[in-house]
Design a protein around this ligand. Structure first.
Ligand code: FEO
Length: 346
């Protein structure tokens, strides 16, 4: 059974989703995804975010168990994306006296998702505001575009825990036995990658806090070795390469460009390249390809020419990288075009 007790006062009430086909309708999640949510029990009780509507019933059951007959005073909405806000309506039907805590953007956006009368039910907070629950004090830190405009994170001052919204999240259910960095990197670059500057701003604000644990809205709770995770986030959000290596992203129609790249990989290795990763991007998970493109310091784009342009699979990768602000890598280009070589120009 999952250990739900984070401390004497903080309880995990999130849920795992192992049946979703595609997260955000585009990312395969072979080990599922978790929608994390927490309750802080004090003189006043605060619930930190809800969960996706796919898991409302299980979440409400977890919440009821944690509350043990009590009623929550506050629901803190750190992020309005439906994977976290999808159970707000059901929650308010059950606990109509609860005050909703958000910022001005939260309450401007909320009616676009829910038809809820919020009259007299809102507590609007801004950067640095605090909310006392008794011995616990919540301090709100705005984190716009990490990953939506209304996002904020919350620092609990007495236990020194940072509720970090999507930041430091990963794909994978809580019980998935997998490397944190691999699925956190895939999550970061595909979901938050465009907003490196805003992540840097958040990291600067966080560096002024004494943080003992990071409690994200997806994936494992981070209690030890926090410098490791913060360092990864600093590398990723500043668009620095993480590892030395050559990533060959190959889009081949009939397999001939791919064969050439297999030979090319061999030659590079013979010449002493320590890490060469070759991907057939027609067949590999595009989110994983994007992750690897950011991970290494060198990339080779190898593609067939097609319709006086580039093979569409490569065009799709390029569009993704452009939208994620891809930069700071050494780039090589290989084009194949037996009767009209046009790929490299694109
Ligand atoms: Fe996990 Fe941006 O939602």
């Amino acid at each position: 059974m999952k250990d739900t007790k984070i401390s004497d006062s903080i309880v995990y009430i999130g849920v795992d989703d192992k049946t979703i086909d595609l997260f955000e309708s585009q990312y395969v999640v072979p080990n599922g995804v978790s929608y994390n949510s927490y309750v802080i029990l004090d003189e006043k009780i605060a619930v930190m975010d809800t969960v996706d509507s796919r898991a409302t019933d299980e979440w409400i059951a977890n919440l009821e168990k944690a509350l043990d007959g009590k009623k929550p005073n506050y629901l803190v909405v750190q992020h309005l994306e439906p994977d976290h806000s999808g159970s707000i309506e059901k929650f308010l039907e059950k606990y109509p006296e609860t005050q909703i805590v958000g910022n001005a953007k939260t309450f401007a956006m909320l009616p676009q998702f829910f038809d809820i009368c919020l009259d007299g039910k809102t507590v609007t907070v801004k950067e640095g505001d605090t909310l006392s629950l008794g011995s616990h004090t919540l301090q709100f830190i705005m984190a716009p575009m990490v990953h939506w405009p209304e996002v904020m994170v919350t620092y609990e001052q007495s236990e020194k825990m940072l509720f970090s919204a999507d930041a430091f999240g990963k794909f994978g259910a809580l019980d998935a036995e997998e490397d944190w960095a691999c699925e956190a990197r895939r999550y970061y670059f595909n979901i938050v990658g465009k907003y490196g500057m805003q992540v840097q701003t958040l990291l600067k604000k966080a560096s002024a806090l004494d943080i003992k644990a990071i409690l994200p809205l997806h994936g494992v709770l981070l209690k030890d070795n926090l410098e490791y995770y913060i360092n990864k986030y600093n590398i990723w959000s500043s668009y620095q390469p993480e590892d030395e290596g050559i990533f060959i992203a190959c889009a081949s129609i009939h397999g001939n460009t791919f064969k050439a790249m297999q030979k090319f990989k061999e030659i590079l290795e013979q010449k002493g390249a320590k890490k060469v990763v070759l991907a057939d991007i027609s067949r590999e998970d595009m989110a994983e390809v994007i992750e690897d493109a950011f991970r290494y310091d060198k990339i080779v784009f190898a593609a067939s020419s097609y319709d006086a342009g580039v093979f569409p699979v490569m065009e799709d990768l390029l569009l993704h990288l452009k939208s994620k602000n891809y930069q700071n890598r050494t780039i090589g280009i290989v084009q194949n075009g037996s009767w009209a070589a046009t790929a490299a120009r694109v």
